[in-house]
Design a protein around this ligand. Structure first.
Ligand code: JFZ
Length: 460
């Protein structure tokens, strides 16, 4: 036992030490604490994952964006707010939440086949409903006809497929009576402090009950109450890091003393990475010198299950290209799923996962562990590279009519060899042009989908 405690202490202090290098105390305005990319193994793994799945699931899946015969085309998980439903009436949904077909092994299989390396699941969204039987509220799965914890089987199933699990947790809470959007008086402040104790209790509950999770993805941090209590955010960050050394936290965990969200008053992201690229990708094609993640919906703006998807629905090619774009700019890409109330995944999402996965199965070498290659973006697509590797990947999405791809390589570099990633015998004729520019001739090659060409580089 003593031995165990000593090794545990060594292990803990080693962890704390490795963080001392990257996580600093905030300044007087309570700015960001992670001022450069974390270098520890957990963060390295997060970075190498590159492709993740988001899952928004809660009571909102039951009405699916419709209330009393009316369709609300806005985000399904915002229905309570958008349809002006009272807390009491909304809470009645617990009696209807009964996902008899919930089969996390099947979800994990779909995710694995799509090629994701991590997943973020909403344990409690703005509605306040908890997917686990929390000791601290009745507004949870325990009060539904289903009764059973949804999280443990989820964590186990995904883990079995080798997929890292992250929990989403909303600070904003439309159910807890102590929650306040604004603090108008002393009483509000007292209530909000009680609410904050609830948040800490729940996070400790999540971290200790599901010790295998890798991190937390916070949301709902933008309300005036949290800005006024910005010190709580700092406390929350310390609390999570102490409970689980090495934990990975997104930037929505905090605000600074001036009420800045996502980024502090100096423009630095909070948490361990910048997760503010939501439904849009950064437009800067150069590498960003911080870790970042973009999260994306399949339709325009639906996270939770909505019965009717209006507007443009993304295709596999678009998803593949977004993933390639993010990888080429050194960021992660997370695709959202909104499971149905019975626990099954919508057919379109399953098809999309299958199609993206079929592409990933043969091309993922250009994604996992890859990063910005330090080169300019080219018209035909994206360069990616594993840090320090002498192979360069060209992920081709647009073939010019000339069938000739122009390349500009780093100075003092030549191309020793090239081939199609999926067929090492398929080579392309490469012609040297001006300086470090080359022409790669696709010839009469037929390409049914985006493809990857591997260039073997040689330093002069
Ligand atoms: C939030 C949630 O309100 C939404 O339901 C979903 O969970 C999504 C992942 O996060 O929505 C946001 C939060 C931040 C921005 C936009 C929508 N933002 O910074 O642009």
């Amino acid at each position: 036992m003593k031995k165990y405690i000593i090794s545990l202490l060594i292990c803990l202090s080693a962890n704390v030490f490795s963080f001392a290098q990257t996580v600093s105390a905030p300044d007087s305005l309570m700015g960001a604490t992670v001022l450069s990319k974390r270098t520890d193994a957990a963060m390295q793994k997060w970075r190498e994952n590159r492709f993740g799945q988001f899952i928004h699931w809660g009571l909102y899946a039951v009405p699916g964006g419709q209330w009393k015969g009316k369709n609300y085309p806005t985000s399904a998980e915002w229905l309570k707010n958008d349809a002006g439903i009272s807390a009491a009436e909304y809470a009645e949904l617990v009696h209807q939440f009964n996902p008899q077909k919930y089969n996390p092994a099947e979800w994990a299989r779909i995710a694995k086949n799509m090629g994701v390396k991590y997943v973020i699941l909403t344990t409690k969204h703005h509605e306040g409903f908890c997917l686990w039987p929390s000791k601290f509220t009745d507004f949870s799965i325990a009060s539904t006809p289903y009764k059973k914890d949804l999280l443990m089987p989820f964590v186990k199933a995904y883990q079995k497929e080798g997929i890292d699990v992250y929990f989403y947790y909303s600070i904003l809470d439309w159910h807890n009576p102590d929650y306040r959007s604004v603090i108008n008086n002393e009483e509000d402040q007292k209530a909000y402090e009680r609410y904050f104790t609830y948040v800490k209790n729940q996070l400790k509950e999540l971290i200790t009950t599901y010790p295998d999770i890798k991190g937390l993805w916070f949301d709902g941090q933008w309300e005036a109450s949290y800005k006024k209590n910005y010190k709580m955010g700092y406390e929350l960050e310390q609390y999570c890091r102490a409970l689980k050394p090495g934990i990975i936290l997104n930037n929505r965990i905090r605000v600074d003393a001036q009420g800045h969200v996502d980024h502090d008053y100096k423009g630095r992201h909070f948490g361990d990475f910048d997760g503010s690229f939501e439904r849009r990708l950064p437009s800067n094609v150069k590498t960003l010198d911080f870790d970042w993640e973009a999260c994306m919906t399949v339709p325009e703006n639906q996270w939770g299950y909505h019965k009717i998807w209006e507007g443009h629905v993304k295709t596999p090619y678009e998803i593949q290209e977004m993933l390639a774009t993010c990888t080429s700019m050194g960021g992660n890409f997370v695709l959202n799923f909104g499971p149905q109330p019975d626990g099954t995944i919508r057919a379109y999402e399953q098809d999309l996962a299958r199609n993206v996965g079929a592409w990933m199965k043969i091309n993922s070498a250009a994604i996992y562990g890859c990063d910005n290659a330090g080169l300019d973006k080219q018209d035909w697509g994206y360069f990616t590279q594993k840090p320090g590797d002498d192979k360069l990947y060209m992920i081709v999405f647009n073939i010019p009519i000339s069938k000739t791809l122009k390349l500009k390589l780093p100075e003092k570099t030549t191309i020793a060899d090239n081939s199609l990633l999926t067929d090492s015998h398929k080579k392309f004729r490469i012609e040297k042009a001006y300086g470090n520019e080359y022409y790669l001739h696709l010839g009469d090659g037929k390409f049914a989908q985006p493809f990857v060409i591997t260039l073997q580089l040689k330093k002069d």
